[in-house]
Design a protein around this ligand. Sequence first.
Ligand SMILES: C[S@@+](CC[C@H](N)C(=O)[O-])C[C@H]1O[C@@H](n2cnc3c(N)ncnc32)[C@H](O)[C@@H]1O
Length: 249
Amino acid sequence: MPATYAVLHAVLSELRGLPIRSLLDLGAGPGTAAWAVSSLFADLERVTLVELDSRFTEIGNRLHPPGPVDWRAADLRVTPRLEPHDLVVCSYLLGELEDGVASRLLRAAWESAGEALVAIEPGTPRGFARIRVLRDELIALGAHLAEPCPHAAACPMREPDGCHFAQRLERTSLHRRAKSGTLGYEDESYSYVAVTRRPMDRALSRILRHPIQRPGHAVAALHSGGAGKEGRSAEGEGRLPPGPEGALG
Ligand SMILES: C[S@@+](CC[C@H](N)C(=O)[O-])C[C@H]1O[C@@H](n2cnc3c(N)ncnc32)[C@H](O)[C@@H]1O
């Protein structure tokens, strides 16, 4: 839970400007998204958590979720009618479902999302492949891409490349013991897509991979839309020259 909480917090903080008063979390587990959303959206009034496995619900209740939450026991493979909520979250859920089932659920989730929908999967080739499909499906449904892509054109990432991010979180000693780890932190890798009902301001470009640092300047591979990946040099304080320097392939 600490790792998925850290990821949810990072992803959802990008939507902080939206008027989110209600949350619908599908495949809620112990209620991770409720914790992240309540820490980011002060006007949150209503939380609905849909979870099939009662053991997660029990753990979630023992953690004393923030504010009143409405747990619903339902199997999301049989797509229920989802009530309207401002924000709908599918965090590490859709990758567990068959493709057709996930698509049906995604459609229902989008129909119930008044402001935004977020889908998160592990930052693995399989997780990213699922996110890429979801992204295409959401665009076809008329959703506006908010994050992480700077455009709504076809995704140019192809195997072995995948669009994934890493969220670092501190490990407590208990956390280290539970995971049999020695490091005081862990990096959780994830892929995601966030869409909104209304267009949001988006970054013009995304930096792909770590920039190469050279004396006096840095070289970054940028993705700004269009068919390919573009390379541009950033110099001095990081200002970018006006055009792409050359295709990186
Ligand atoms: C990997 S966990 C993620 C939990 C939480 N969303 C998070 O990010 O921390 C996936 C959750 O989806 C639930 N789930 C899987 N299939 C489901 C289904 N068909 N209907 C309802 N919940 C389901 C599982 O029980 C589990 O709690």
